[in-house]
Design a protein around this ligand. Structure first.
Ligand code: UTP
Length: 225
């Protein structure tokens, strides 16, 4: 399969150490024996911290986004360092480059592209661009809940949602630099229009990636309308 894997920055660089980069690199190397992999890495805490400094300097949203993008690319570079020869050792800055670099038959790792969305959207657009079979979004929660699990104890995980309902759920949510909701509207719209097979799951347990690729049902599956 041709698979796009989005890994949230908060998972990879939670504690400013190499642990998760190493674990994910081993899993990705293993999966790449059978699948063509494109990985999109988020910014996490370092992105939010840098963005708050740019804001203090009085810069606007697009400039704050640009700093966020740079941080996602640093995280992508770190994952490339962990992957070594299994990955193409350059971070694509756009989708065309990602496709070009993939001709070498190695794992591709990228971060952000342009302002006004998060790496969730990058992964969904990339999945469209390369005509992926599967989009996996690894985040720091188990998937999508019927209400905020941080506020409501009885919040239930939604195992399956239609793409149009995901779009409806995200309408009116915040789109400021560094503060994207659990999932990004642009990503949801891409998934809807291209009927991308998508799974949103918890990446704190890296084995979840293997389980999803092997067809196990975990997290939230987004199904086409
Ligand atoms: P993330 O994709 O990590 O955003 O990119 P996020 O959803 O806010 O962070 P997590 O997933 O909760 O950790 C970090 C920031 O970089 C900018 C945005 O400001 C985003 O919030 N960014 C990223 C872009 O503007 N364009 C991109 O293509 C990617």
């Amino acid at each position: 399969m041709k698979i796009v894997v989005a890994i949230g920055g908060s998972i990879l660089i939670h504690d400013y150490n190499a642990k998760m980069f190493k674990i994910y690199s081993d899993i990705l190397k293993d999966l790449s024996k059978e699948h063509e992999l494109f990985v999109v890495v988020g910014g996490g805490k370092p992105a939010r911290e840098y963005i708050s400094v740019v804001r203090e300097l009085g810069c606007g949203e697009a400039q704050s986004d640009a700093i966020g993008i740079e941080v996602t690319r640093i995280n992508a570079q770190l994952l490339l360092s962990a992957l070594g020869d299994s990955a193409y050792q350059k971070v694509p800055e756009n989708f065309k480059e990602a496709l070009e670099y993939s001709a070498f038959g190695k794992i591709i790792v990228m971060g952000g592209t342009e302002p006004a969305h998060s790496t969730d959207a990058v992964s969904a657009i990339l999945a469209e661009y390369i005509n992926a079979d599967l989009l996996i979004n690894l985040t720091s929660v188990d998937g999508m809940y019927d209400k905020d699990p941080n506020k409501f104890e009885d919040a239930k995980l939604i195992s399956e949602i239609h793409a149009s309902d995901l779009v409806k759920f995200l309408e009116g949510k915040d789109v400021k630099a560094g503060t994207y909701e659990f999932f990004d509207m642009t990503a949801a719209q891409m998934i809807k229009r291209s009927k991308l097979e998508t799974v949103i799951a918890n990446g704190e347990d890296p084995e979840n990636l293997v389980k999803i690729v092997n067809g196990e049902t975990i997290g939230t599956k987004v199904v086409s309308d």
